[in-house]
Design a protein around this ligand. Structure first.
Ligand SMILES: CC(C)(COP(=O)(O)OP(=O)(O)OC[C@H]1O[C@@H](n2cnc3c(N)ncnc32)[C@H](O)[C@@H]1OP(=O)(O)O)[C@@H](O)C(=O)NCCC(=O)NCCS
Length: 169
């Protein structure tokens, strides 16, 4: 199975914020943004492995900046690391200033997808070869995040999480 770069799974979803998608402060409703992130990340994971993929876990989401009504929102997703059957997808969210066109980072998230066959059984995926400095940083930290996610889900014992333990010793 041929390894792929994060660039090969890059998926960009650009859309506007409509009135039905906002909260009482006229900003984008968090759940709506999560859905957009999940959609872009799912396409990205599927581009990486060319299989059916399912969301296994939402590992991290940071809502650092609110997204006002009418904003143009760009969600960019790339596979940051692949394991045996699972893939970590990093999602960066940008809003575009209407007049200057300048892009401001609004949010980011990290999701885990698993490639499955027609019966829902996990199947193996290609490796990721990071290219840029940022991609290399995200690749390096991905195993720690996977172990944390598995520990929190009760699927790994804390004393087996070697990468996590290494942070504290
Ligand atoms: C995700 C799913 C396929 C995993 O099935 P499973 O029987 O737990 O399979 P495994 O234990 O072999 O795990 C498969 C991979 O997922 C990883 N994984 C499972 N749960 C995880 C979690 N919470 N966080 C991170 N990785 C996880 C495992 O580590 C393994 O990775 P690897 O093969 O790369 O090492 C299964 O739980 C599922 O179908 N869930 C529903 C998915 C879905 O419907 N999503 C949409 C929600 S509406």
């Amino acid at each position: 199975m041929q390894a792929k770069t994060p660039e090969q799974s890059k998926t960009i979803l650009t859309d506007v914020v409509l009135p039905g998608e906002t909260n009482a402060l006229n900003s984008l409703f968090g759940g709506e943004l999560l859905a957009r992130m999940d959609r872009a990340a799912s396409i990205s994971a599927s581009r990486h492995c060319r299989q059916i993929v399912v969301t296994a876990s939402v590992n991290h989401v940071a809502f650092t900046r609110s997204v006002p009504l009418g904003s143009v929102v760009t969600v960019e997703a790339k596979v940051s690391r692949a394991f045996k059957t699972s893939m970590e997808v990093f999602i960066d969210v940008w809003i575009e200033d209407r007049t200057s066109g300048e892009k401001l980072k609004a949010n980011e998230g990290i999701y885990t997808f698993v490639a499955v066959d027609e019966t829902g059984k996990p199947v193996t995926v290609p490796e990721v070869v990071p290219e840029t400095e940022l991609e290399k940083q995200r690749f390096e930290a991905a195993l720690r995040r996977k172990q944390l996610s598995l520990v929190l889900a009760g699927k790994m014992k804390p004393n087996e999480a070697t990468e996590l333990k290494a942070l504290f010793v």
